[in-house]
Write a protein that binds this ligand. Structure first.
Ligand SMILES: Nc1ncnc2c1ncn2[C@@H]1O[C@H](COP(=O)(O)OP(=O)(O)OP(=O)(O)O)[C@@H](O)[C@H]1O
Ligand SMILES: [Mg+2]
Length: 251
């Protein structure tokens, strides 16, 4: 099983969009996938068309040691969702438990979901305890970056945050950087892409995901790009991302 955390403390870079569409892309080629909403905003459920968010989810698993099986729901063929739940925000404010507060998720998932090929964590735009939990529970981090200089800043900060955790992890996180909201003909986008290629040749995913109206339209109707516009360039980009991740299995 591969556990991948979608992280970046910068908001709006595409964590939820990529979780939604990458999750479906992997399921469509026959892998069992569970997507977990670790963001108290709870937008992952609605991205898949569940507009009345369930009140219980990963919050109960982390706060009340509830069995993940009791809060998961099948949402597409091969694809399962564990929603955020109403109380997820409380985790950011846990006082008791010391360092173990950051390992609630890892412990809760230990030995469960073993029949899944992928577990994706959609993280909030922060670097608090929820993200720390994702980092401890994950084997890999996929960091979406949008095509502007500010997001290079965000990436640098994110990498520093991950580095702080690394001495305490069982093994280093395999890191992927995905360029999202890319404008092929815009100079700024190309500059960011060049910089990423130069500085992170091993981490940068080859195919950027372009800025596209069809991607932005998906969450409003609760469908993935493969349901809304299966023949589009954007659908191909998410398929390519899935293929690259499959080929780059760190084993
Ligand atoms: N490639 C893209 N083309 C067009 N719109 C996009 C693209 N990627 C994301 N968006 C849109 O940008 C907005 C932010 O994306 P998303 O919610 O995935 O970011 P996020 O990193 O999860 O944000 P947050 O940090 O608030 O959780 C959404 O409205 C989404 O539909
Ligand atoms: Mg999000």
């Amino acid at each position: 099983m591969r556990r991948i955390a979608l992280i970046n403390q910068k908001g709006g870079v595409g964590k939820t969009t990529i979780t939604t569409n990458l999750g479906h892309a992997l399921a469509l080629v026959g892998h069992r996938v569970t997507v977990i909403d670790l963001d108290p905003q709870g937008q992952l459920a609605s991205s898949y068309g569940i507009f009345r968010a369930p009140s219980k989810g990963i919050d109960q698993v982390m706060l009340k040691s509830q069995d993940p099986a009791s809060v998961k729901q099948g949402i597409r063929d091969m694809l399962t969702l564990i929603p955020a739940g109403n109380r997820l925000q409380e985790i950011e404010y846990l006082h008791d438990g010391g360092a173990s507060r950051a390992r609630l998720l890892k412990q809760a998932l230990d030995g469960v979901l073993d029949d899944q090929a992928f577990v994706l964590f959609d993280c909030p735009p922060s670097s608090g305890l929820l993200v720390a939990n994702a980092i401890f529970a994950a084997d890999e981090a996929l960091i979406p970056v949008s095509g502007d200089h500010m997001s290079l800043n965000g990436l640098a900060k994110m990498l520093i945050t991950i580095k702080k955790f690394e001495p305490y992890l069982d093994k280093p996180l395999r890191k992927w950087i995905a360029l999202n909201r890319y404008f092929p003909r815009r100079r700024l986008s190309m500059e960011v892409s060049e910089k990423l290629r130069k500085h992170f040749p091993d981490q940068l995913v080859n195919t950027p995901i372009r800025e596209a109206a069809v991607i932005a339209e998906c969450p409003g109707i609760g469908r993935t790009i493969f349901e809304y516009k299966p023949g589009s360039q954007s659908a191909k980009e998410f398929q390519t991302l899935a293929t690259e991740l499959l080929e780059g299995d760190p084993g």
